[in-house]
Design a protein around this ligand. Structure first.
Ligand SMILES: C[S@@+](CC[C@H](N)C(=O)[O-])C[C@H]1O[C@@H](n2cnc3c(N)ncnc32)[C@H](O)[C@@H]1O
Length: 479
């Protein structure tokens, strides 16, 4: 429940003329970088995971300042839904009317006040100083007033005021408390098999996990590096994937095997779904593998190494030339040069039908499985995003099956647990094709507990259960 009538603060309206911002001062580089990234995310749809490292590098921000900038940027974006509900109660009118340059200042301040150990007076004064530099004196005064109001309560007190009551609106409650759009809470609950009217305990654990910083996982590319090489550089052996190691701290790019292209950053579930494809027995030839959606090359890098060790060849196809370039980098110097990269639209294959023994279709998707690492994506996706992708996902899976020889195997993968793009797509394609049989995917990942869905027919990883992205896997045999 919000009570805006009590608010004494008036927000500057969007479009209102303001004095020009003064140029950036070198002071407080962490907050300045965080603000610039948040503003770029808000105003020009920038991606924080790409822009932040670039900005830190460009401005020479390192060490503790870089760590603070990262925490402030990612923390603010992850909890944006919660902060907006609180800020909405602290301005005199809808938060929507606050202009897009001021909004990131308010969110950044709310994050420091409600979710960090920064003392409140320091959080307010540093944020208002920043506001003075980036949006001018007038709007800094407004920010000061709003943040002082935010600082009057802690997070728990605010949530008791602004979140819908759990008893009457569990979904709405979870959406505000754990900072997700409402439709996404519903979609994730459905994917977990929980009914909207129920306790939603598993859904709540998932939503909470989305707000945690994900650990950094590395892959040692088969034939080029071993997990031991990563362990000797400070990583620790991973729980499930034989090629993975977790990096507890430090910059992965600074590790020698990573610099040399023999290892890379890759989520453990991404490794395991690619590995599962290579584990399914096939009768007869097993020499031609295809990755139909290869960019930027994470799975292709692993598959190229595995193909190299098994006298097989991988064709990695990617429709975007710049992403195909990244794939080329990822498979470079694989054992026996086992991979070739082509720029191609895989819905209109340039290769022969039934030419491949194993095919991976890692379909473009909403990415709801990687919300920990792409913090702004939860605010960008809509239910329509998934609807819009469905025809492409269906076409890619259909062409993947056409591209597989009888007896060969297809892995359909999404970095999303959202049912319309996981089981929805597989079921729709299966219904049209009598030449397809499901291979029980869970049988091919016996080392991972609690991943089986639909009696083991499909596999679904979860951040709160496995510490991985929420990857989905279906394995299909072409008859
Ligand atoms: C989920 S990403 C693949 C991730 C990749 N397999 C990895 O592990 O790094 C999907 C990729 O499919 C590409 N893509 C989209 N439509 C395509 C098409 N018609 N043909 C080939 N690639 C396509 C996108 O450009 C994007 O790079």
């Amino acid at each position: 429940m919000t009570d805006r009538s009590r608010s004494p603060y008036r927000s500057p309206r969007r479009g209102q003329r303001r004095p020009a911002a003064t140029p950036p001062a070198p002071k407080d580089p962490a907050r300045r970088v965080a603000y610039d990234v948040l503003r770029a995310v808000e105003t020009r749809d920038a991606y924080a995971n790409l822009l932040l490292p670039a900005q830190l590098r460009e401005r020479g921000v390192t060490g503790r300042d870089a760590a603070l900038a990262t925490e402030l940027t990612y923390g603010t974006l992850r909890r944006q839904g919660t902060y907006d509900a609180i800020l909405d109660a602290c301005v005199d009118r809808s938060l929507r009317s606050v202009d897009a340059e001021v909004l990131p200042v308010l969110r950044l301040g709310a994050h420091q006040l409600l979710s960090t150990k920064i003392p409140p007076h320091a959080a307010v004064s540093a944020t208002v100083d920043l506001a003075r530099r980036v949006v001018g004196q007038h709007r800094a005064r407004f920010a000061n007033a709003v943040l002082r109001r935010v600082s009057a309560r802690d997070m728990e007190e605010w949530l008791a005021i602004v979140a819908p009551a759990a008893e009457s609106d569990r979904i709405g409650h979870l959406a505000v408390v754990h900072s997700h759009p409402r439709w996404m809470v519903e979609a994730l609950a459905a994917a977990l098999g929980e009914r909207p009217g129920s306790e939603l305990a598993d859904t709540e654990r998932l939503l909470a996990a989305h707000n945690d910083r994900p650990r950094v996982t590395l892959v040692a590319k088969p034939g080029r590096a071993a997990v031991a090489d990563l362990v000797s550089e400070g990583a620790v052996e991973a729980r499930y994937s034989p090629y993975a190691a977790y990096l507890p701290e430090g910059d992965p790019a600074a590790l020698r095997p990573v610099r040399q292209g023999r290892a890379a950053v890759q989520d453990e579930a991404s490794q395991l779904v690619a590995l599962a494809l290579t584990r399914v027995p096939v009768e007869g030839a097993d020499a031609t593998w295809l990755d139909m959606c290869a960019g930027p090359g994470g799975k292709a890098g692993l598959l190229a190494g595995l193909a190299g060790g098994r006298e097989a060849h991988l064709l990695a196809a990617e429709v975007q030339p710049s992403r195909a370039g990244l794939v080329a980098g990822a498979v470079r110097r694989s054992v026996r040069d086992a991979a070739r990269v082509v720029v191609a639209d895989s819905t209109r294959p340039a290769w022969r039908e039934a030419a491949f023994d194993r095919v991976l279709v890692d379909a473009p998707c909403t990415g709801l499985g990687a919300l920990r690492r792409r913090p702004e994506s939860r605010w960008r996706r809509t239910p329509e995003t998934a609807e819009g992708l469905a025809p492409l996902q269906r076409a890619l899976l259909d062409r993947a099956l056409d591209s597989t020889r009888p007896g060969g195997v297809v892995a359909y993968v999404t970095c999303s647990p959202h049912l319309p793009e996981t089981r929805g797509i597989v079921d729709a394609v299966r219904a049209q094709r009598p030449d397809v049989a499901v291979i029980r995917a869970a049988d091919h990942l016996p080392e991972v507990a609690d991943v089986a869905v639909d009696d083991g027919d499909y596999v679904q990883f979860w951040p709160h259960r496995h510490g991985t992205d929420a990857m989905f896997l279906a394995l299909l045999r072409r008859l």
